[in-house]
Design a protein around this ligand. Structure first.
Ligand code: ADP
Ligand code: MG
Length: 633
């Protein structure tokens, strides 16, 4: 039996270090705490300067209320705050901070200088150097507060060894500043990193203006949300406001979803599912919209005191709140294409209803067309094609080349038309590319007999007659070829560079991972006019470049994170391009071309379905024919 270890009361210094571990995990968190303090102090403009990802220096300057000189030493003590007086106040927190821990914790792990000058007073400063508090001294400073954090974690080698690269930390800091800038349009922000201006947004009155300043061009395509009228009578005082992107602007991650609860930015994770559900089927699998969603509710219905960094909060009626959000999004998307007002003053979703019909169908965004079916009572606007007779195949002898340049274009089915929304590319001659690898499935050697309706190939395959959809098959063949063709991912210099619109966060990530991007074949240049792509993998068309890079940058938000985007996009791009270059229905093929398609069909793993899951072939066994014609004895 060993003696029990005795319990002692830890000394203040040790307690401080334990607490500091939670509040200041990384420089970006320090920036968050200090920016929140400035906002709480009623600042009109906040200037943030960081050096080497914050590891060398973080300086946050504001023009807020300042700190009373007698309170300066106290501001460095744990659980010392001006924002809370008693336990009762905890039930209705109106400030971002209230725990009184940030400055004390930061001062334990850095050299922290607080300089402050309340209006009408003298400037004073105090320094806390890795836990050692100094004395209040005079300081030359404008009205407001300046907090400097130097050499964070320099005395904590263990913590330092867990830190990310400075460029990655800079991009996290940009994320923090952006999320606060979005939640507080009435405050101006200026962020510099190593003396370079990363973000500069003036104080504005309207949230729309802030969104423009932060999100750039795409803000113009956001829709203001509104709740269904029936929700007015629903129980609860909570209310959602905000903007969501049209379903054609999406991201691979939820990082561009900003959730504010009573003005406090919180983690978006708990809301993602409801948001996706609000979009119904309009979002592709695994995609997320861009959104700024603001929940207002009585202060006593939200508990912010559940997490040291306050990124997570607890809602008293969380289900009700989430369902309201889902309903508002669904209602907004359903009513948007027909209700011009619902663009809420953010232009871009133009007034469709007030325009002549021909113009309407042109300007309607692609997603709105797709969404037509579910629109309330609104008849789909469709470009009616005059029905043309299906072509009749002619004898092989009179066929010359593939081309289809005779422009036989009878009506496609509406689903077909949707499939080819992206088309506009010339079909690839099936004979033009190298054969795929070895024969890998158990299809027999096949012989084309004829083409029917310029769309189906009649094929003899041992004891079966196959009717093959030439488009579906070619699509599948092309998919396999594209998916495994690394040469398509080789860098290709673009004749004219493609402009790349990036917001501050994306720029920070770009700079953090520029080498990785280069190794993937991207050359991205910056000039006075902004960023542009001068070289990129050959497979990416000019119009795909910008969204692809945006997704990639999301993947790159943390060091070492897997680049899911690349694998997924290899798939997706092969998928899209497979359809684009495939021979179409109503396109005449000659026998060698048909032979080639059939030969390729034996070299793909899944010859029976096209990439959209539709069948490529209909099989008619000889004995079924015999049976039909009564040849069975
Ligand atoms: P909390 O924000 O939870 O109160 P902090 O440790 O972040 O705790 O700050 C302690 C106190 O210092 C605050 O309550 C506030 O009174 C004061 N303070 C900190 N930063 C500022 C600032 N930028 N302007 C004015 N007062 C500040
Ligand atoms: Mg604080």
């Amino acid at each position: 039996m060993t003696e029990p270890n005795r319990i002692i009361q830890l000394d203040e210094n040790t307690i401080g270090h334990i607490a500091a571990g939670e509040v200041v995990e990384r420089p970006a968190q320090v920036v968050k705490e200090l920016v929140e303090n400035s906002i709480d102090a009623g600042a009109g403009i906040i200037t943030i300067d960081v050096e080497r990802g914050g590891f060398d220096l973080m300086r946050i300057l504001d023009d807020g209320s300042g700190i009373h000189e007698e309170d300066l030493p106290l501001s460095l003590d744990r659980h010392a705050t001006s924002k809370l007086r008693s336990q009762e106040d905890l039930a209705s927190i109106g400030t971002l901070g209230f725990r009184g821990e940030a400055l004390a914790s930061i001062g334990m792990v850095s050299r922290l200088t607080i300089s402050s000058r309340p209006p009408g007073s003298e400037g004073r400063q105090i320094i806390m150097d890795n836990g050692n508090k100094g004395f209040v001294e005079p300081a030359g400073i404008a009205e407001g507060t300046c907090i400097e954090v130097a050499h964070i974690f320099a005395n904590q080698p263990a913590r330092l060894s867990f830190q990310r690269r400075p460029a990655t930390e800079t991009s996290q800091i940009v994320d923090v500043v952006v999320s606060h800038a979005i939640s507080h349009p009435e405050v101006g922000f200026r962020l510099t990193s190593d003396d370079k201006v990363i973000l500069e947004v003036p104080a504005v009155e309207e949230m729309e203006d802030r969104l423009y300043d932060i999100l750039g061009r795409q803000a113009g395509r956001m829709i203001e949300i509104s709740s269904p009228p029936s929700d007015d009578a629903a129980p609860g005082e909570e209310n959602w406001k905000g903007w969501i992107s049209t379903p054609d602007i999406t991201r691979g991650k939820g990082d561009d979803i900003h959730i504010l609860i009573n003005g406090r930015p919180v983690a978006s994770q708990p809301f993602l599912q409801s948001i996706r559900r609000g979009y119904r089927t309009r979002l592709m699998q695994g995609r997320h919209p861009v959104a700024v969603l603001m929940l207002e509710l009585p202060a006593d219905e939200v508990d912010v005191n559940v997490h040291p960094t306050k990124r997570e909060v607890r809602l008293r009626h969380s289900w009700r709140v989430l369902e309201r959000l889902e309903r508002a999004i669904a209602y907004t998307l359903e009513s948007t294409p027909t209700e011009p007002e619902s663009s809420g003053g953010i232009t871009g979703i133009t007034s469709l209803a007030s325009q002549p019909v021909e113009k309407r169908s042109v300007e309607k965004p692609a997603w709105a067309k797709m969404a037509q079916v579910s629109l309330t009572g609104d008849k789909p606007i469709e470009i009616k094609q005059t029905e043309k007779p299906r072509p009749v195949s002619v004898a092989e002898s009179s066929q010359t080349t593939i081309t289809g340049k005779e422009a036989i274009a009878p009506a496609l089915s509406s689903s077909e038309r949707e499939l080819h929304r992206h088309a506009g590319f010339d079909a690839e001659d099936p004979e033009s590319s190298e054969p795929l690898g070895p024969v890998i499935n158990n299809l027999p050697a096949m012989e084309p007999l004829a083409q029917f309706a310029d769309s189906y190939i009649l094929v003899q395959a041992d004891e079966e007659l196959l009717l093959i959809d030439q488009h579906a098959l070619h699509e599948r063949v092309r998919y396999e070829r594209l998916r495994h063709d690394e040469s398509l991912w080789q860098a290709q210099k673009r004749i004219s560079s493609v402009p790349l619109e990036l917001d501050a966060r994306q720029i920070a990530r770009l700079e953090a991972r520029i080498e990785d991007l280069t190794s993937m074949g991207f050359i991205i240049e910056s000039s006075a006019g902004g960023y542009s792509i001068s070289s990129a993998p050959a497979l990416l068309s000019a119009s795909e470049l910008e969204p692809f890079v945006h997704d990639l940058l999301l993947d790159m938000s943390e060091d070492g994170a897997p680049l899911e985007t690349v694998e997924q996009r290899k798939d997706h791009l092969a998928f899209l391009n497979a359809c684009r270059g495939a021979v179409k229905a109503n396109e005449r093929l000659n026998l060698p071309q048909m032979r080639r398609l059939l030969d390729d069909m034996r070299r793909i793993p899944n010859p029976w379905a096209c990439v959209h899951g539709r069948p490529t072939a209909m099989r008619i066994p000889l004995n079924a024919l015999d049976h039909h014609f009564g040849r069975h004895g």
